[in-house]
Design a binder for this molecule. Sequence first.
Ligand code: NAD
Length: 370
Amino acid sequence: MATRKLLLLHGDGIGPETMAEVEKFIAYMNEAHATGFETEEGLVGGAAYDAHGKSISEADMAKAMAADAVLFGAVGGPKWDGVPYEVRPEAGLLRLRKDMELFANLRPAICYPALASASSLRQDVVEGLDILIVRELTGGVYFGEPKEIIDLGNGQKRAIDTQVYDSYEIERIAGVAFELARTRSNRVTSMEKRNVMKSGVLWNEVVTQTHQDRYQDVELDHMLADAGGMQLVRWPKQFDVIVTDNLFGDMLSDVAAMLTGSLGMLPSASFGAPDEKTGSRKALYEPVHGSAPDIAGQGKANPIAMLASFAMCLRYSFQMVEAADHLEKAIANVLDRGVRTADIAPDGVAPVSTVEMGDTVLAEFRALMG
Ligand code: NAD
């Protein structure tokens, strides 16, 4: 039996509480289905700072590099507001992304039918929504140089950020989007601003060429990123996979996220390039939400985003498609029955705790797994 190496980084705030629910699934799958998950643990964020004075230790970085997949809870909190910038909790996550070269960030936006009425958009606009935003994560304006604020000496300052993309960066993220589209509805929409940005012109050109060379079976269209934002709130179901750069992806994925209700529901995955020998990609799975210090330690956190991140891990890192389908179905069934944590409970519905939600989804998952 193959072993599957998972590194669990619980982090801070509600991170440990939501990760504890995933650990129950791992234990069950090992016991009942001999899945051979081998878990290691490490510290990240404020927890790592308290222990080592760094936001992630070299030893834990080495574990992350050796793992088949990393499951990440959340980092941060007011306790660490005053720590030096280089060792702030978020620096641990940025280090993981950088060293693991996680250039592709996937954020699905799925609207569970049971929660459609809770969206700020009309029910028919979001019900049954299932789209995937693929964001370039290691390039563009967040990393381009020069990046500085200059004192002009005349009482004025000038701020500079640089949007820069090389064609290989665009080609590899486009490849990820086309490949994922083939496992879904086979459609990709590429979003950039080719009308006003040179990087948009190159983006458009390289995505078109990549499609022409390797993915002609996938349907491709292009949309300006601002129009894309508008279409996302007008009729989001027109999309299947959206591929876009770091900055637009940051914004468009937050817009898409909010179509579906609470932050406590949203998973994400980040991938590196495939290994030349094994073909497997370095991968990190994490909920979109942060450490929620306002509810940490109270048993109120919704564990669904973390559980759905684990479902993505099963699907993409281990090709355990049936188990991933069952886990997603278990979440949908439990929501259909009206089980709610506080963040998604309507007035008059008594919320369940983090542990109760985890246990209820696990019971449903066990039934589906047979
Ligand atoms: P947040 O996502 O932690 O919380 C925003 C709001 O959503 C809060 O009211 C919170 O209670 C609620 N919420 C979030 N997740 C929830 C869940 N699973 N169940 C129920 N409710 C949930 O964002 P924030 O308050 O802006 O940031 C808090 C801390 O988290 C900060 O230190 C921030 O830097 C950090 N942060 C970390 C990450 C990460 O680890 N990837 C991401 C975002 C923010």
